[in-house]
Design a protein around this ligand. Structure first.
Ligand SMILES: NC(=O)c1ccc[n+]([C@@H]2O[C@H](COP(=O)([O-])OP(=O)(O)OC[C@H]3O[C@@H](n4cnc5c(N)ncnc54)[C@H](OP(=O)(O)O)[C@@H]3O)[C@@H](O)[C@H]2O)c1
Length: 331
């Protein structure tokens, strides 16, 4: 089968290669992939920047979002059958390929009202948004959240999910993304190029940070006492290390690199967490309901043919995408 892979870490272009069909474990399904989507995770893995958390054997097929059709099931698979249309965030990557073997717990039935290209845009950003807003920030109707970078892949999903949960949403974007985030339901839109969110917002229940650095540090100023900030960019802190069982050395590295944020936690009485999203077919089923009831819609910027996956990566690296970038294998 054909796949887009890396042979070593570094800023090398993706290589189109013929590789053997994947093996199918007892709890895996084999899917014919119809579409995948690009995430910043692809280039972070390619560059070797996540080696402390994710280490892959080489060659490694990138791609962490897929939609496709089940063509074989492992001996102990219970949830899926041949012919099912599925979507998911495969734990081990591998979605920039014609076929993938993926654990049945990583996938769910594709929303009936979406094409494969649309469905492939959802899993990673959808699960990230759900895990931040629902599982970590534990926000409920009437509360207020700031979602940074509302026009990005994560932001466009997170705004819609927060609105579906009844939450008041402030978001940051440039002039170019203002119309989009307004159409998704954002209540307050801040142009990060001309305005400072920390001067405009106060008493927020939570912040969903997708930017990091000084932007993350400034977020402490707008959260009410006892509130929370969750960043998906980092740095990880010791609490994260302990929660995921990173071990003594890594946890202490996390403690060291996050010490500035720990000081801010104490100064403002605001909890800081780092989140690394987890694949979950069960949570995807929850998102499917919101999608099928049209409370959440896919937001797609561009679609590239499979063989142009490298161009799709480069477009993602521009950092200017509005919504998601799709790579299409079929149709
Ligand atoms: N830890 C995890 O599990 C996890 C999961 C998902 C994503 N992430 C991380 O989250 C980040 C966002 O991911 P993504 O998929 O949303 O990326 P993306 O789609 O590439 O984000 C692009 C968008 O970001 C906006 N943007 C850039 N700089 C901004 C700023 N300073 N303020 C506000 N908006 C800004 C751009 O808008 P303009 O063109 O208008 O500037 C553009 O629309 C990435 O760093 C990714 O690695 C982490």
């Amino acid at each position: 089968m054909q796949a887009m892979l890396i042979e070593k870490y570094g800023k090398y272009p993706l290589k189109l290669a013929d590789i053997p069909m994947p093996t199918v474990g007892d709890h895996d399904i084999l899917a014919e992939i119809h579409a995948a989507s690009i995430n910043p995770l692809d280039r972070l893995v390619r560059d070797g920047k996540l080696r402390i958390m994710l280490k892959y054997d080489m060659p490694h097929v990138l791609g962490y979002d897929l939609s496709g059709i089940v063509i074989q099931v492992g001996k102990k698979v219970e949830k899926f059958k041949i012919g099912d249309e599925i979507y998911g965030r495969p734990s081990k990557g591998g979605a920039f390929a014609e076929y993938i073997s993926v654990h049945e717990n990583d996938i769910a039935l594709k929303p009936k009202n979406l094409s494969h290209a649309e469905a492939a845009s959802i899993p990673l950003v959808g699960l990230t948004s759900y895990q931040v807003l629902h599982d970590h920030l534990e926000l409920s109707a009437g509360q207020k959240v700031l979602i940074q970078a509302g026009s990005g892949g994560v932001g466009t999903f997170a705004i819609q999910l927060a609105k579906a949960m009844g939450i008041y949403v402030a978001t940051t974007t440039s002039e170019a993304g203002a119309g989009l985030v307004r159409s998704l339901g954002a209540d307050q839109i801040i142009n990060y190029r001309t305005e400072q969110f920390n001067k405009l917002l106060h008493d927020y229940d939570g912040v969903f940070d997708t930017i990091g650095g000084e932007t993350l540090e400034k977020a402490f100023q707008i959260v009410k006492q006892g509130g929370q900030i969750v960043s998906v960019v980092g740095p990880p802190n010791a609490r994260f290390g302990e929660a995921v069982g990173s071990g003594f050395i890594k946890t202490n590295v996390f403690r060291l690199i996050s010490r500035k944020l720990t000081k801010l936690e104490n100064k403002y009485n605001v909890k800081y967490s780092f989140l690394f999203m987890k694949p979950s077919g069960r949570q995807l089923e929850i998102l499917t309901e919101w999608i099928e009831s049209e409370k959440i819609k896919p937001v797609i910027d561009r679609v590239f043919p499979f063989k142009e996956a490298q161009k799709a990566m480069e477009y993602s690296e521009s950092g200017r995408a509005k919504g998601k970038i799709i790579v299409k294998m079929k149709g």
